[in-house]
Design a protein around this ligand. Structure first.
Ligand code: AKG
Length: 245
């Protein structure tokens, strides 16, 4: 359960870090599964999928940068989502009867993982109530400023969602226009392995490139109340599939 102080910090900053949330064994199982699933996925990508799922400008052997829907597809990630404190914490933030409508594994291989520019998740998802979408981001490796941790503009969740833009060759890479993005001070949010970062759907955030000798892998689970619709999501999410907690 989150303490009153943690809840207040989330309300104030739009995000919160909690260390030691998952056990070493739970994290190890997830990493093992990513190796197997990642290899299978990489071997079967179409040409179009390669442009979405592989690191850019990394040649023939470009590594995978993400995997979609681990919670819908892989029992190991369903088990992570079902650890009782997950439901307790998410319900403290957005109320009862919650579900995961989308999840993603984000990978930043050593020296390869590129940055993710500043964005707001609610621009992607557009749930009917922007105040009741949160993301649980689980550090499968320790996330540091060297290997690509998240950065947040503290308090930016209190403003609304702004129009995003995307590079012509990367329509999936929606981001806050740089003229606006540069007005925000971004604060690093390192997370130890097994810890979590929880963020509000409106908060401006980004992740840096991995310049280290170590990978940075994380899984993000995106929550809303059961029954809530996504009005005009900018990418295709399967609205018929939900994982209720
Ligand atoms: O892990 C990353 O690099 C980006 C994660 C992110 O933007 C998110 O979970 O909303």
């Amino acid at each position: 359960m989150l303490t009153a102080q943690q809840l207040e910090q989330f309300q104030q900053d739009g995000h919160l870090t909690v260390d030691e949330f998952f056990s070493t064994d739970q994290i190890k199982s997830a990493l093992k599964d990513i190796d197997v699933w990642g290899q299978e996925t990489r071997d079967n990508l179409s040409v179009v999928e390669k442009s979405w799922y592989l690191e850019k400008d990394a040649g023939e052997d470009a590594p995978l940068r993400k995997l979609d829907d681990p919670v819908f597809q892989r029992p190991v990630f369903q088990q992570l989502a079902q650890v009782p404190p997950v439901k307790q914490v998410i319900e403290q933030l957005i109320g009862p009867d919650v579900c995961i409508f989308f999840s993603q594994v984000f990978m930043k291989p050593a020296h390869h993982g590129g940055p993710k520019p500043i964005h707001q998740d609610n621009y992607y998802f557009d749930p009917t109530d922007h105040q009741r979408q949160v993301t649980l981001w689980i550090a499968l490796d320790a996330a540091t400023t060297e290997n690509g941790c998240l950065f947040f503009a503290n308090g930016s969740h209190r403003a609304g969602v702004v129009e995003h833009v995307a590079p012509v060759d990367e329509p999936f890479n929606l981001q806050v226009p740089s003229s606006l993005a540069q007005q925000y001070e971004m604060t690093a949010a390192p997370v130890p392995q097994g810890g979590i970062s929880i963020h509000h759907g409106n908060v401006f955030h980004q992740s840096s490139a991995n310049r280290s000798d170590f990978p940075r892998r994380a899984v993000a689970m995106h929550f809303i109340p059961q029954g809530m619709q996504l009005l005009k999501p900018t990418l295709a999410y399967d609205d018929d599939v939900r994982f209720n907690l």
